[in-house]
Design a protein around this ligand. Structure first.
Ligand code: NAD
Length: 409
């Protein structure tokens, strides 16, 4: 999603708030946008130059925080958009961070493991002056995982000394937090449970379609399955599968866990990613890329609810259209905040040289994310707002207050 589109949602919230004009501009503009060149010697000896970005959007509430995405579509505008979402997400869930995001424009499927490691280390060399445990803390996002975070920690530590708290989402055997890997998907499901209770719906009688079976989508599918929800469709980049009677989630997850693609999965009927979005499921969970629900397919959406596990899956035009049709959307800055919440727990443990058990991590995650959900729902009801606008109002209010308290010179 473009930065402009994200700011459409920001602006819609500002319209129902009492915020001074100058503050509005201050809150929308990123503090710093860094673009770097990453020259890499490929395995075949050829030199290839990649483009990397780190955008630091706002840090009035704490150090910059946000994931790193490796994908062919990554550009500065998208990273600015995602960085600003992090500012609102951290404020909404009251974790003491600001917002940032980074990425490299690269198709990781075309890289060997060695190339991926060298690319990551070179990227750290290029941005190391701007990041650190008290300034800006990266984390995983699309196509980056615990191993990539381990390389980041190692490379930064060779330059600045041992610094486990400079990145989160690390392997549990290397200062990572138990429960971090599953945290975003788990948080999505905690929110879904509370949301369906408010909607007077039994989760066991509710059907789900999930787009994306990576970190977020696969854990969300697993936890929904554990609650006996009926998952009728799932997809990955290669396409999807549909079974009106419910898929065998365990079997599907086993198939994709070893790097398998759904196009090779035998169960259910094959569907495209585009078809998955318009299937007759009660809840649609986009958990892959941005802008998938847009002007071209918004009229065909049949779900009653959309839970945004991915960042920015619904464009402003589609959001307005669906709102008019009474489709309820649980926004990304709430639904997928479990990742940054548990990243915060990981950082706290690293700073204290202390570790928590997974049970404690999950319990604290539950309290924070369901607390934020109920605040959003209450405000939405009291002021007759959609859930996204209510979430932005709460977040902008907190960042605005901190800005004024700190003083503007
Ligand atoms: P991932 O790389 O682990 O998985 C991405 C999934 O999307 C894969 O199944 C992939 O096959 C699928 N996919 C890729 N391109 C697609 C396309 N064009 N159409 C359909 N499917 C496609 O990524 P992830 O970490 O699970 O992130 C998914 C989304 O969740 C992203 O929007 C990310 O920003 C957001 N998110 C992730 C985290 C986290 O902790 N990882 C936290 C908050 C938000």
């Amino acid at each position: 999603m473009s930065f402009e589109d994200t700011n459409y949602f920001f602006g819609r919230a500002i319209d129902v708030m009492d915020v001074g004009r100058g503050i509005e501009d201050l809150l929308v503009t990123p503090d710093r946008s860094v673009s770097v060149k990453i020259p890499l010697e490929m395995d075949n000896g050829r030199i290839q130059v990649f483009e990397g970005y780190r955008v630091q959007h706002n840090n009035v509430r704490g150090p910059f925080k946000g994931g790193l995405r490796y994908a062919a579509e990554v550009d500065l505008d998208e990273v600015q958009s995602l960085a600003s979402l992090m500012t609102w997400k951290t404020a909404l869930t009251e974790v003491p961070y600001g917002g940032a995001k980074g990425g490299v424009t690269v198709n990781v499927r075309e890289l060997s493991k060695g190339e991926l490691e060298r690319l990551t280390r070179k990227f750290v060399n290029q941005i190391n002056d701007f990041i650190g445990p008290q300034t800006d803390i990266p984390a995983p996002d699309m196509n980056t995982n615990a191993q990539v975070m381990a390389w980041i920690m190692d490379q930064y530590s060779t330059l600045h000394g041992h610094s486990p708290a400079m990145v989160t989402g690390k392997p549990v055997d290397l200062y990572g937090a138990e429960g971090r890997e599953a945290a975003t998907g788990r948080g999505v499901v905690y929110v879904i449970e509370e949301f369906l209770k408010d909607e007077d719906r039994d989760i066991k009688e509710t059907t789900f379609a999930i787009q994306g079976l990576g970190n977020v989508g696969s854990f969300a599918a697993r936890f929904l399955d554990e609650l006996n929800a009926k998952i009728v469709a799932v997809s990955d980049v290669s396409g999807g599968v549909y079974d009106e009677g419910g898929l065998s989630v365990k079997e599907v997850l086993e198939h994709v866990s070893d790097g398998g693609l759904l196009e090779d999965y035998a169960g259910g009927d094959a569907v495209t990613n585009e078809e998955l979005l318009t299937l007759p499921a009660d809840v649609l969970v986009p958990a892959a890329i941005g802008d998938v629900i847009n002007e071209s397919n918004m009229r065909e959406i049949r779900a009653s609810y959309i839970v945004e596990a991915a960042n920015s899956p619904v464009t402003p035009k589609a959001d307005e259209h669906l709102k008019e049709r009474g489709v309820l959307i649980v926004p990304d800055i709430l639904a997928n905040a479990g990742g940054v919440i548990v990243s915060y727990f990981e950082w706290v443990q690293n700073l204290q040289r202390f570790s928590w058990k997974e049970k404690q991590v999950n319990a604290e995650l539950y309290t924070r994310i369901t607390g934020a959900y109920h605040e959003v729902r209450k405000l939405a009801k009291r002021r007759n707002l959609d859930l996204r606008t209510a979430a932005f109002v709460l977040a902008i209010g907190r960042v605005g207050k901190a800005t004024v308290l700190r003083g503007i010179y």
